[in-house]
Ligand binder design. Structure first.
Ligand SMILES: [Zn+2]
Length: 59
């Protein structure tokens, strides 16, 4: 197994981790019921996706 020759510095670790950040989930409005929903997912409140009922939503 590969073994590192030198320990990395705290600065390098911090610089590497500047790219780590949580991305806020995108929210779009359902064209059928106007409820907020995730893009490319069926609406949780009306079950519609792409203009038709894609999933069964219990009322
Ligand atoms: Zn909807």
């Amino acid at each position: 197994m590969a073994l590192q020759k030198h320990r990395g510095s705290k600065t390098r670790k911090g610089k590497r981790r500047t790219h780590y950040k949580a991305i806020a989930p995108k929210i779009v409005e359902c064209p059928n019921c106007k409820a907020p929903k995730l893009p490319h997912k069926a609406c949780k409140s009306c079950g519609y996706y792409s203009g038709r009922a894609a999933i069964q939503v219990e009322s």
